[in-house]
Structures are given as C-alpha cells and as structure tokens.
Design a binder for this molecule. Structure first.
Ligand code: ZN
Length: 487
C-alpha cells in the first residue's frame, strides 16, 4: 500500500506532502534532553511524539535514521550565553565529576524512556563527543564572515547575517522587534549586539568542562552541537528536524542561521514541533513547583498527584491529543486516559475469542483505512484512537451477538488493532507477568468452584461466582468448561 504523508512544516506554516530526499531513507533529528536532572512530563511529550512518527515511518516502509542527541555541555542557565553550565552547576552542588552527572541522568532518562516504550534512536550522539566537528563548523562560519571573536569567544553576527538571510523566519520574529525587546544584560559587553549568540565561549579559570580551540580553551555554545551533529550523521541537507515548541527560539532559529552561514544553504527540509504540556492550566516551571518527574508519576509521590500512574497511561494520555495541540495535565484527565486504555486492552482480549459469522455488519476495511488516513494527515493520533474505539464498539457488539463479522474481517480487525495499538502507538498491556499471576489465581478459584459443584455445595459455588463479580471478574459456564473475563 502506498501512503502519502502530510506534515505540518513550522517553517512554511502549512501542511506539506512529505517527500524524503532519498526515499526510502528518511533522516530525522530531534533535540534530546540536557542531562542534569530527572526527566519530567515535559520530556515525555517530544519523546513520545517523535517515537510515534519514527514507528509510523518504519511501519509504512521507510528506512529511518533517527538521531536524538544528549546535551552534556554548553547549555547554560536561562538558555542564554551567561551563567553557569547546567551540568557543571549540578556537578558542583553534588560534588561529582560533570561526566558522572551526565552518565547518571542519561541512564535515568533511558530507563524512563524504556518504561514509556519509547524506542531508542538509531544514533544518540553527545555534544561533548563532537567538539572537533563543532570547531570545524565555527571555522566555516568565521570564514564566511558571519562571526567575530571577542576575548577568545566567538559570537554569531546576526545583524550581518540578516542582510543576506532572514533571521527569525522560523519563529516569526523580526530583528527590529528583537532589538527593541532585548535587555542588555551585565557581562554581555563582549557582543556587538545583545541578540548575537555564542558559538564558542572562552572558559573562566574555574570552569572544568573545557577544550582547546584556535581561539581559547573553552566550550561550544548550546546551539552548535545540533548543527554539527545533524550534519555529521544526516548530511548537509536532511528531511526532518523535530523538537518541542519551546526550542523554536532561540535554539532552532540559531541552528538555521548556523547552517546558512556555514553551508550557504539550510539543512532542514521539514521542521516539526510538538506543543507544550500545561499542568492544571499553568505552564510548568520551577517556581510553581509543578515539574512532576516521570518517577514521581510512576510512584505517585508528588503533592499534585492523587495516585500513582502507569507509564502506559501517560503515553496514552499524550497520544490522545494531537501533537500540535496544547495538552493540560490533571488527575481527572489522566484517570480518564487510564480507563480508556483499559477498555482498549480488554477488547483486544475479547477479540481473540470472537467466533466468526457468515456475514459482516461493519466495514472493517474502511475502519482500517480511516486509521491510515488519520496517521497520514500529520500524525493525527486522536483520530486513530477514536477509530480504534469504534473498533471496540464493534467487538463488544459481536461479542453480545448484536452483529457479526466474517473470519476475514475478524482477522483484519485483529491485524489493525495489533498494528495501530502495539506497533504504531506503542501501547503495551501492562505488567504481563502480573496478568499471568491473576489468570492463574482465577483459574485456581474456578477449580475450587468446580470441586464445590461436584460436591453439590451450590452455596459455596454461587458465593465464589458472586464475590468474583464484585471485583469485576465474570465467570462463563459452557460445555467446554468455565472461562473468565474482566467486566
Ligand atoms: Zn538541539
């Protein structure tokens, strides 16, 4: 089956038909975390969004090289060019080597991503492992005349760049507005203009993370790593660059400027951005104390949480909204997602045991096509999920004997559920091991009930059935024996 995928390109501000540069290969770069703290809900959304896109592209036959970086140097406080390096600061406070901090939080990020069933990228490069590539790219920018040196630091000359290119085209900002809105911060007198950004910073004597360069012992500016590593692993021009909307400016805007300046052209063909998550209607922020880490979600140990939530409930909650829509977390919303997911998995179980009929009362082919149509329309996961719930309705209706499906259609529905729920949306039934234990326990109870019936102890037999019903387990007696299902 041929699929035509449409994506919303942040740069053109419209939906475009996605045509990879070298089909069937797709190059995709997504900005990963700065590893100086536990991953929180804000990290989960880009990871899950681009995981879904990665999975879908692979599903429809593309060969995707997915690069997601680890920022382990150069990301200074307040995302600006001043202040301490976020990792160096954490290392100082914890009395650790910066690379110990990096290793610890990279491991913890991987663990959380595994819990969310987010596939590992094809390449996961670290900024500190690509200092040479970054220096080489800075040299090119200097040679092209778009950067200048002050006291051993290199800054990007935005005013000059703007004469040849359009700085602000991605974020829709205009240089004049930037000029009038930029406060001149103390210590920024090294810059010709306050909005120029650092490509290389000379390290202060106390700064531990430092490398030699033609200009000074220092470290790269935060935006350099993505330009250098994207080019290294995906080429001078590649298909997709993704990330959260919070990275639009200045990070991605700076990346475009760096590519134009160093290469004479842009690198990225389609820019994709996921929207932000708010918590009870508020932006996430340290001062609001509503940065809920994923570990806190899984254990329920945060004052804003009514209970613990599973990783799959969080994944489902995120996929229930379109990636470009805002998404508001509340306990209510997450509990609704939990319930919906349970229904979806329960119907997958029911589907396994459905008996085929001679005719079909529902159009399964059309339902399957609607799922593809939704994914092809800028990865519209909420519409896919709505279609899957139509599938749930059909399954329950066949189960209750109100309609029937042929063997072929049952097979097609099973394939559709497996492909969309498991492979593309990446949703897995939780803790399979525990489910096996429950299954064995209920079977043991069923055996005890059989024994009671054999002994004509119908009082005990009925008591067992009624008590199980109270906890949501229904027993079904037939010639083949007794089976059970969740109500
Ligand atoms: Zn980046």
């Amino acid at each position: 089956m041929q699929h035509q995928v449409t994506v919303f390109n942040t740069l053109s501000r419209k939906k475009e038909i996605f045509k990879p540069l070298h089909p069937p290969f797709v190059g995709m770069y997504v900005c990963g975390p700065t590893v100086y703290g536990d991953a929180h809900l804000g990290h989960a959304r880009p990871a899950i969004t681009f995981d879904m896109i990665f999975r879908y592209f692979r599903h429809i036959g593309f060969k995707v090289r997915y690069v997601r970086n680890i920022t382990d140097v150069g990301h200074l406080e307040n995302d600006a060019d001043e202040g301490e390096d976020k990792i160096a600061k954490k290392a100082r406070l914890e009395q650790l080597e910066p690379m110990e901090v990096v290793q610890y939080y990279t491991d913890s990020y991987h663990k959380n991503m595994d819990q969310l069933n987010v596939l590992r990228p094809s390449i996961e490069p670290r900024a500190s492992g690509h200092i040479i590539e970054q220096i080489e790219m800075i040299k090119k920018i200097i040679d092209a005349g778009f950067a200048y040196e002050t006291n051993g630091s290199i800054y990007f000359d935005i005013e000059k760049y703007n004469k040849s290119y359009n700085y602000g085209k991605l974020s829709g900002r205009v240089l004049e507005d930037l000029l009038s809105n930029t406060r001149v911060l103390e210590g920024q007198d090294e810059k010709q203009n306050p909005f120029d950004f650092a490509l290389w910073k000379k390290a202060e004597p106390e700064h531990i993370m430092r490398w030699p360069s033609p200009w000074s012992d220092g470290f790269p500016g935060w935006h350099m790593e993505c330009s250098a590593m994207g080019t290294k692993y995906l080429g001078e021009t590649f298909d997709i660059h993704g990330g959260g909307m919070d990275l639009l400016f200045p990070h991605h805007e700076a990346e475009i400027a760096q590519s134009n300046a160093a290469l004479g052209h842009e690198s990225v063909r389609y820019w994709l951005h996921n929207n932000m998550i708010t918590i009870n209607g508020q932006k996430m922020g340290k001062s609001l104390n509503n940065f809920i880490t994923l570990n806190e979600f899984f254990s329920g140990s945060h004052p804003l949480l009514e209970k613990a939530y599973s990783s799959m409930a969080i994944r489902f909650f995120i996929l229930q909204a379109h990636y470009r829509s805002t998404l508001d977390f509340s306990n209510e919303a997450l509990q609704a997602a939990e319930k919906g997911l349970k229904r979806l998995f329960a119907s997958m179980q029911t589907l396994k045991n459905l008996k085929p009929g001679k005719t079909s009362d529902s159009d399964v082919k059309m339902l399957r096509q609607s799922c593809y149509d939704a994914m092809n329309d800028d990865f519209n996961s909420p519409v896919v999920i709505a279609q899957l719930f139509e599938g749930v309705r059909i399954i329950n209706s066949v189960h209750d004997g109100h309609e029937s499906l042929t063997a072929n259609d049952l097979e097609l529905l099973t394939l559709t559920f497996n492909e969309f729920i498991t492979d593309i949306l990446g949703l897995l039934p939780e803790e399979t091991g525990k489910d096996d234990i429950v299954d064995n326990l209920v079977k043991t109870i069923i055996a005890l009930r059989q024994q009671a019936r054999k002994n004509k102890d119908f009082k005990t037999s009925d008591l067992i059935r009624d008590e199980l019903k109270k906890i949501g387990i229904a027993l079904k007696d037939s010639k083949e024996g007794t089976s059970w299902e969740m109500l």
